[in-house]
Design a protein around this ligand. Structure first.
Ligand SMILES: Nc1ncnc2c1ncn2[C@@H]1O[C@H](COP(=O)(O)OP(=O)(O)OP(=O)(O)O)[C@@H](O)[C@H]1O
Ligand SMILES: [Mg+2]
Length: 278
């Protein structure tokens, strides 16, 4: 069953007076970001989006999250058109978006508070999540007292606390060092494999995409469309060791094969951009 369906989705932004952009050779004051972005996401799957920088991945996530409206076309969540943020959806951003004045525990409680969950139950849920992420000793710490990896764990725990049906993750590990990043990927996949949450995850790392995904959707250079969908045929549950297998390398190769032409095209487009002096 499909939980999210994006149909002929288009998104343009009007630029400010005097600003210009090259849309496939046509100079315009409106930037075409998505143009016929079609994608069906199955309930409970882990779908990863990869694509060149500026191809509209974050804009797509904003539309799925109900934070931005399409110019035309439609996205359905559970057969209903997405028109506003939904309680069914959680969001984890690239930058740690924790509330600096709240402790780790009370950051995780946040979404439960706004849903009217009683305090004892909130604390219990938040403590369970802290334990899952190995942060039980840090529940009373404020974000500035936590490392980047710990902050991002809290951000993921906060998003999971409300048991979202759909979790949107926009480069959540991009700011972390390589080792912490692998550890968090391992933790995320272990936790997700025990849920029926649908995840849409954006990354620039092909290794991360292959390790996490059921399917990888490759987005074209702007205006973004889904160019290819690659099924990742690695067994689950997955652990870190799978990264060194031949099957992993074969999947990585498939994704890069589909992606490289788009990355090259995006670079060409930058050179064609009005005002580019290189
Ligand atoms: N509010 C806006 N007004 C004008 N242009 C915008 C706006 N938001 C996004 N864009 C443009 O839309 C395009 C796609 O942006 P988006 O952030 O979705 O890219 P992305 O694929 O997430 O890139 P990255 O991988 O670098 O995060 C970019 O060219 C960006 O400049
Ligand atoms: Mg982005």
């Amino acid at each position: 069953m499909d939980i999210i369906v994006s149909k002929d989705l288009k998104k343009k932004f009007k630029l400010k007076h005097g600003q210009q952009v090259n849309n496939n050779g046509v100079i315009s004051n409106e930037i075409e970001v998505l143009d016929g972005f079609d994608l069906k996401i199955k309930k409970g799957e882990f779908l990863v989006l990869v694509g060149p920088s500026g191809s509209g991945k974050s804009v797509f996530l904003d539309i799925v999250g109900g934070l931005s409206a399409p110019t035309s076309g439609v996205v359905y969540l559970d057969d209903k058109v997405i028109e506003a943020p939904s309680a069914k959806t959680g969001y984890v951003f690239q930058q740690y978006a924790l509330f600096p004045w709240r402790t780790a525990l009370s950051n995780i409680e946040f979404g439960l508070e706004s849903r009217g969950v009683p305090p004892e139950e909130r604390v219990q849920t938040a403590r369970e999540l802290l334990a899952i992420f190995g942060l039980s000793d840090f529940e009373d710490r404020f974000p500035y007292q936590l490392s980047g990896g710990m902050q991002q764990r809290v951000a993921i725990a906060r998003a999971l606390a409300t048991k979202p049906e759909v979790l949107l993750m926009d480069e959540p590990f991009a700011a972390l060092d390589a080792q912490t990043r692998e550890i968090l990927q391992n933790e995320l996949i272990r936790i997700w494999e025990g849920t029926d949450t649908t995840v849409i995850f954006v990354t620039h790392s092909i290794d991360e995409a292959v390790f996490l995904a059921d399917r990888v959707a490759v987005v074209t250079a702007r205006p973004g469309q889904v160019k290819d969908i690659i099924e990742i045929d690695l067994p689950r549950p997955r652990d870190g060791d799978v990264r060194s297998s031949n099957e992993f390398a074969a999947n990585r190769h498939k994704v890069w094969d589909a992606l490289k032409a788009e990355v090259n095209k995006a670079q060409q487009d930058w050179k064609l951009a009005p005002g580019f002096a290189g």
